[in-house]
Design a protein around this ligand. Structure first.
Ligand SMILES: Cc1cc2nc3c(=O)[nH]c(=O)nc-3n(C[C@H](O)[C@H](O)[C@H](O)COP(=O)(O)OP(=O)(O)OC[C@H]3O[C@@H](n4cnc5c(N)ncnc54)[C@H](O)[C@@H]3O)c2cc1C
Length: 459
């Protein structure tokens, strides 16, 4: 293999994996990882690092793998990222680190994501402890939400000697990593192991606690917490506001994925069954749409993704689009639903689609879809899954109006992650709206610094 061609990664056969929930990608074994790492040119001014939102020293950890030292690679990664096994699996590397790899000018970028996954999996499988906390400093911090933002804050504050408790509304920590992203992309065991590592080092997780409903911010303060981090994500689904969205068989992607991923609706014997649709349409083109489509396919449906722009504008990771196509998902580009139709009992029977064409670029820089009126057509479907994005849930901010939010319900913060209430910090999707794991982690890292500075300034 020459320097410009990446070592291929082994994957489950598409026609087998589209019927099971086991992980699609097997990752690199030791020999493959060393061979791939040796392709890195160890550039003097590494552009890949500039493409990483948490500035991982990529050449340093890749060099350790090339030198046959996966433990050294894991220790190097742990200086910058709390969840390398997760990021190695779900980060959009093609638009971040790998996009800037100089090898990409002449061939394939170094497979940075797969190498990160290899080093992190090695550390997990060999019980290597990558976090070294300082002794307790006697100060208590509460984290609300156990997604990547909250987990990162907890890990960073633990390292600094804080006593951290994470309050989580669901029964299992992990946020979208467990309730949204399916097992075949990110096995729960990977997330659970990161959470267990924090638990072993003293972080407490209080699950089934909905802050703002079963517990107030005041009650948290009364328990002696000196700062509160809100990492509550963006779990409020958006709909299209078209006729028929209330019919039976229409789901938000959030509900559909939570019922399958977290409540195992696909396994016999579980009590939250989800009916595997005969013909399913998924509306949207992001990672959430790809995940919902691939889950529906595994439940036995014939699945079509309906997206109002062209393939070039699909916001999902390139790997997810590629995998979805391999698994037999169909795509209806340049179309948008205008109505969902049902039988007399209210069960979905079809959907009316309107063709679109691309006009001038909108505020996002992408060309705006313009409807072609008078050319509507119907397609038969019995299940429609809306994957159109989500907004932050206003539960906490609604019951604490002093915490200022923007028009889209995102919490407004300073550079240090501090909200308009001085002991309340925030980060991740709760601030930005639906974004990415690595951005939520970056925000968590930043807020942990802010919290540390704030508590020190008070004592
Ligand atoms: C299906 C799906 C696929 C995705 N795929 C990718 C991908 O491939 N790559 C990528 O980078 N990003 C992906 N994303 C986006 C990414 O997962 C999110 O940007 C990221 O998880 C945000 O992290 P967070 O910690 O801010 O919030 P979340 O992960 O949403 O975690 C928030 C947590 O807070 C809890 N919570 C909310 N309100 C309360 C409350 N009042 N009290 C207590 N707890 C509360 C929630 O239960 C949740 O556990 C995907 C998202 C979805 C939905």
């Amino acid at each position: 293999m020459d320097r410009f061609t990446r070592v291929p990664v082994r994957e489950q056969d598409p026609n087998k994996r589209n019927k099971n929930f086991e992980e699609v990608c097997y990752g690199y074994n030791h020999e493959e990882a060393v061979q791939e790492a040796k392709r890195c040119l160890n550039c003097k001014s590494p552009q890949c690092v500039k493409g990483c939102p948490v500035s991982v020293n990529i050449p340093a950890f890749v060099h350790e793998i090339a030198e046959d030292n996966p433990k050294g690679a894991a220790m190097e990664l742990s200086k910058h990222t709390a969840l390398p096994a997760v990021c190695g699996r779900v980060c959009p590397q093609e638009s971040q680190c790998e996009k800037y790899c100089v090898l990409a000018n002449k061939g394939d970028a170094v497979s940075i994501g797969k190498l990160e996954r290899y080093a992190a999996d090695y550390a997990r499988e060999n019980n290597i402890q990558t976090i070294q906390p300082e002794p307790s400093n006697g100060h208590k911090v509460a984290v609300v939400g156990a997604g990547p933002a909250g987990i990162t804050v907890a890990g960073e504050l633990l390292k600094k000697g804080y006593d951290v408790t994470v309050f989580e509304s669901l029964q299992q920590p992990g946020g979208v990593l467990v309730y949204g992203i399916p097992q075949f992309r990110l096995p729960d065991t990977v997330v659970a192991s990161e959470v267990d590592k924090l638990k072993d080092l003293g972080v407490k997780f209080e699950t089934n606690t909905i802050v703002g409903r079963t517990m107030s911010l005041e009650a948290i303060r009364d328990e002696g917490y000196e700062a509160i981090f809100l990492g509550t994500g963006a779990g409020l689904p958006r709909f299209m506001d078209i006729p028929g969205e209330n019919f039976n068989g229409v789901f938000s992607a959030n509900e559909f994925l939570t019922r399958t991923n977290l409540m195992h609706a696909y396994e016999a014997g579980y009590d939250t069954p989800i009916i595997g649709g005969r013909k399913t349409a998924v509306i949207g083109g992001g990672n959430v749409a790809m995940d919902a489509a691939r889950v529906a396919k595994r439940l036995g449906a014939d699945v079509t993704i309906v997206y109002r722009r062209t393939e070039a504008e699909l916001p999902a990771r390139a790997e997810e689009v590629h995998h979805a196509k391999e698994e037999g998902i169909k795509f209806h580009f340049l179309t948008s639903p205008v109505e969902i139709n049902a039988d007399d009992d209210g069960w979905v029977t079809s959907m009316t689609l309107r063709p679109m064409e691309l006009g001038e670029p909108d505020e996002s820089g992408r060309r705006r879809p313009v409807p072609k009126v008078g050319e509507d057509f119907d397609v038969d479907v019995d299940t429609v899954i809306m994957a159109l994005g989500t907004n932050p849930n206003p539960l906490i901010t609604g019951t604490n109006p002093d915490i200022e939010t923007n028009k889209k319900q995102g919490i407004i913060i300073t550079e240090d992650g501090q909200s308009s209430v001085e002991d309340v910090f925030a980060g991740g999707d709760a601030v930005t709206g639906a974004a990415t794991v690595i951005l939520a982690m970056g925000a968590g890292k930043h807020a942990a610094e802010g919290i540390d500075k704030y508590i020190k300034s008070k004592n």
